[in-house]
Design a protein around this ligand. Structure first.
Ligand code: ADP
Ligand code: MG
Length: 345
């Protein structure tokens, strides 16, 4: 088994492009750009809660960083630096996978790929596994210009925690508390696909191509909407990334902004399970944002420029904070069974 330092040196030490001092010292040194504020966020992925023990390691490496970059996008920040803390139960040089019976999943979690109907295998991390994880992680880092500048590596149940730092011009961050009555509510992309992909893996639905590939890509390789977040500086009044579910995440904006919302889902036709996934699925990492209605045309133009669908799904109103009225295409009020995922409910 390689030592902690060999693991760090072999898999997690690479050149940096905009860092004073990276991996290898007691701390990293960065020089923030003058006039910018630092945006800092952290996200933890735990085996059995966020990913299955047989998850594809390259996709897991990608997603571990992508969900953090998504938080930068939702703040309108340029992602710049990341730290990676990992715990591994042990490590073998062999490439073989050793199934171990009896590994239990926590009951009731439905937010990611953790409840697939596949047999539960517990592969011992191997050099192949960790190398593939690092490959996926750095592919995501490269696609967004992020330097890995440090972390921690210890023994424990398999878990990955990224801390990410980004930059935004002072005062320009997209926050959750700025939505105003009269603002339009927008979402990017096609939320719900990750949850539909998961439902397929769990045998709760059967998707056909090309929807299947699209939904599995959304689940395993989410694309953080950084270009959109940057373009929304000075345009959006509030923004959030959809990690827990569209309704749940919109609820955070409403509560923090002290406003209510009226939603029409005629622009996003979906029925049955697809509708539940759209409204409460999460895990897609699309952006939900609000902007003055006077900017509707600019936002349509932005969608064309970014080649990313942007759909207007409703408006902010001056009602009781957090109140959300959802109407179907025919105008009738819909009461969704759930709004999203909560780890402790
Ligand atoms: P210390 O004992 O001083 O905290 P460590 O032995 O934990 O230092 O780490 C040595 C160096 O390797 C540090 O620069 C740390 O940031 C970095 N590092 C440790 N684990 C990782 C990792 N998984 N990815 C990137 N850098 C790491
Ligand atoms: Mg340390």
């Amino acid at each position: 088994m390689p030592s902690e330092f060999e693991i760090i040196a072999r898999y997690f030490t690479r050149g940096t492009s905009h860092t004073v001092l990276g991996v290898g010292d007691d701390g990293a040194l960065i020089a923030p750009t003058p006039g910018q504020e630092l945006v800092i966020s952290t996200d933890l992925l735990v085996e059995g809660t966020h990913f299955l023990s047989d998850a594809d390691p390259e996709a897991l490496g990608w997603k571990t960083l992508a969900v953090n970059i998504s938080d930068m996008a939702a703040m309108g920040a340029q992602p710049r630096w990341a730290l990676l803390a990992i715990t591994l139960p042990g490590f073998s040089e062999a490439a073989a996978v050793h199934p171990t019976a009896g590994f239990a999943q926590p009951a009731g979690y439905a937010g990611a790929e953790q409840c697939s109907a596949k047999p539960l295998l517990r592969p011992t991390p191997t050099s192949d596994w960790i190398e593939a994880f690092a490959r996926g992680f750095f592919a995501c880092a490269d696609s967004h210009g992020v330097d890995l500048i440090g972390g921690d590596t210890t023994r424990g149940p398999r878990a990955f925690c990224v801390t990410i730092l980004g930059e935004v011009p002072a005062g320009k961050a997209l926050r959750r508390d700025g939505a105003q009555a009269g603002d339009s509510i927008w979402i990017s992309g096609k939320p719900g696909r990750a949850a539909l992909g998961l439902a397929h893996l769990q045998g709760r639905t059967k998707l056909a191509e090309p929807a299947l590939s699209e939904c599995l890509a959304a689940l395993h390789r989410p694309q953080p909407r950084v270009a959109l977040g940057l373009a929304l500086r000075g345009i959006a009044s509030a923004a959030i990334d959809i990690s827990d579910g569209l309704l749940a995440d919109l609820g955070h904006i409403l509560e923090q902004s002290g406003r209510a919302a009226r939603l029409q889902i005629r622009n996003l036709p979906a029925a049955g399970l697809a509708r539940d996934c759209l409204l409460a699925g999460g895990d897609d990492y699309e952006l939900l944002f609000t902007a003055a209605a006077a900017l509707d045309r600019d936002i349509m133009a932005l969608a064309a420029k970014l080649e990313l669908p942007l759909t207007r799904i409703g408006e902010i109103v001056a009602g009781p904070p957090g109140e959300l009225v959802l109407r179907d295409a025919d105008g009738s009020v819909i009461t969704p069974a759930r709004r999203g995922y909560d780890h402790f409910l």
